[in-house]
Write a new protein. Structure first.
Length: 315
């Protein structure tokens, strides 16, 4: 692929090809990062999954398409336990001087549907993703978008795709690895401690195809360097997006009935290599509509699993 520049100041580049005799299961973390492999997890259960993936998934070169109308940001009301756009969990390092550098999760692409009796031409959305979130508006995230449109003569037309985004640059569709409802996917993200470099690994565990690349924020000549992303939180989220950059409640897109999504193998690591970070100390948030009714709930099942459920409520 070489490199791919995104409007908004981010460059995506492919990793160098690993030598023919390269064995990721024996490589140290620096070498894994060099060739675009996901960080070795500390948790034994998550590491077994990591080993399974690296033994079976075939690497493909990344290809992309810019999707410049969808933005995803943390709501100002997150700390109250309710937002108009997110449901899921967020965890911070135990030491406030530390920062999140890696996050991982596994989940199944949902089979989504529209609102009964919805208007023709209306599209309903469900985004599921993992992310590394900085202070302010910084956010590095990747996951799956599911869209369902009510069309004449066809009750529902659905479409799912994988995507990556480093705000404030626009979303990028990952076209080299396709996804469909029912597929199991793994997503792992990493940023360097200075947070001027970010990498992703996305794998469809059902088709056993995976890909990776790295993101570098850029600045025009003569401009100040881009702000660093300090990993304040690791996130596992179900979301309804918006075509408006700073939307009001009424400007969020309709949420699809996604049934439920269970994030498993939820784990994160930090710059100071503190003990394994999981959901034990995570805060959860529910998605509510403009009337305050819960649309999507979040519940921690165990330290590595999170259940998000559609509650049958629309706007």
């Amino acid at each position: 692929m070489g490199s791919f520049d995104i409007p908004g100041g981010v460059r995506i580049q492919s990793f160098p090809a690993a030598p023919p005799d390269f064995d990721p299961l024996k490589a140290d973390d620096n070498t894994l990062v060099k060739y675009g492999y996901p960080h070795r997890p500390q948790d034994p259960q998550v590491r077994r999954l990591w080993e399974w993936v690296l033994n079976r998934v075939t690497y493909v070169q990344p290809t992309f398409e810019v999707v410049d109308v969808i933005r995803r940001r943390r709501s100002d009301t997150f700390n109250s336990g309710n937002t108009n756009n997110w449901s899921g969990a967020s965890v911070a390092p135990a030491d406030s001087s530390d920062s999140v550098t890696n996050v991982m999760g596994v989940w199944t692409v949902p089979t989504s549907s529209s609102q009964p009796g919805g208007l023709l031409g209306t599209t309903y959305y469900c985004s599921s993703w993992v992310g590394i979130e900085g202070k302010g508006q910084g956010l590095f995230q990747a996951g799956v978008e599911a869209q369902v449109t009510i069309e004449p003569g066809n009750p529902e037309s659905s479409y799912s795709y994988a995507w990556i985004e480093w705000l404030p640059a626009p979303e990028v569709m990952l076209t080299s690895v396709s996804v469909s409802p029912g597929d199991s996917v793994l997503c792992a993200l990493g940023v360097d401690p200075g947070a001027t470099f970010g990498s992703y690994w996305f794998a469809n565990l059902t088709s056993q195809r995976g890909t990776s690349a790295y993101f570098t924020p850029t600045s025009p000549p003569g401009s100040p360097p881009p702000p660093a992303l300090t990993g304040q939180y690791a996130d596992w989220i179900v979301e309804r997006p918006s075509s408006v950059e700073f939307p009001t409640c009424a400007e969020y897109d309709p949420l699809a009935d996604y049934g439920s999504i269970t994030f498993t193998s939820c784990s994160a690591t930090t710059a100071n290599n503190k003990p394994h970070v999981d959901l034990s100390t995570a805060a959860t948030v529910n998605m509510i509509n403009c009337s305050g009714a819960t649309m999507s709930s979040a519940q921690i099942v165990d330290p590595s699993s999170l259940l998000c459920q559609f509650q049958g409520v629309y706007d």
